[in-house]
Design a protein around this ligand. Sequence first.
Ligand code: PLP
Length: 369
Amino acid sequence: MIYLDSGATSFHKPPAVARAVAEALHTCANPGRGGYGAAVAAARRVFECREAAADLFDCQPEQVVLTTSCTHGLNIAIRSLVRPGGRVVVSGFEHNAVTRPLHALGADIQVAGRRLFDWEDTLTRFEDALRRGADAAVFTHVSNVFGYLLPVEEMAALCRRYGVRFVLDAAQSAGSIPVSLQALGAAFIAMPGHKGLLGPQGTGLLLCSESGKPLLQGGTGSDSVQQEMPDYLPDRLEPGTLNVPGYAGLAQGLRYLKKVGVERIGQRERRQRKRCVSGLKNLGMQVFSGPHQAGTVSFLPGMDCEEAAERLARRGIAVRAGLHCAPLAHSSAGTLETGTVRVSFGYDCNDRETEEFLRAASKLPPFTQ
Ligand code: PLP
């Protein structure tokens, strides 16, 4: 199978990831719950993951909260910053992992900037919305549908200027674009462990500049007499038994990224995305491409997108079709009715696989109005 669905999850993880998961299953008990060897081994594995993440994302290990997914982290972050009915500015390219928690809070959602690949539009609209006042801003680093890389440094600077705390959704950037908690000054940055960070499913990270509001209450192995959650991180936001094998694997994914280099991986993905864009254009597909694009591209063939993805699957190509849990992004781009076929490159992408994908795509009918 040629796997071009890294936007969903990374598939071929570095071998050290699976080894670490198996090793943790065999050697680790519950972290922070005992002083015997297997409990200490578990605590060590968990701390190594925090440490590797802190090193990669420019923060302290205790600012790294271990979550089960990016969605989990976003829910904590959003609940920490947004009061019910509060006014929140988002980009026009958000995932349901952002918009549904906001909707559940009855937030007044201000969508700012809906033009694909247009930094000027994104920034002008974003500033206009902030100027009108907001409790918080939440925005994605890279659109999971179109690969649009938003001007997040400038958006962060605008948030600072207008005194608005913000959350960055780094689901599609962590592992292929450098992210620094300190430099951005975000209140929270949420990311999955299982996509670009190359860890197992069921892992995620929430980088925290503030202590946040617990989404769940429960045992932490600390301050046990007290009935409120501890007021310090990471315990405050991490009740219950942690997914130790998952974080042991994630630590290896993070180490791999450190060794190979996030910039280098991003360059590799963008190179294949460019080849893919020009190949698809030559085949007569409608391709959504532009400046400021990461390693993901969406296109429309001359047939139903889901059927096209099925045809590609029969030829051994894994891509994703439909709305990609991001109706807002599709509505911004005018593809809410059709969805798109999405090709998303991962850390191990290469020329041969892109060429094979294009050969398979050449059997699809070209786009017609
Ligand atoms: N945000 C974006 C932009 C995403 O692409 C995704 C997943 O595809 C998520 C959030 C949710 O990530 P997870 O599946 O780890 O909860």
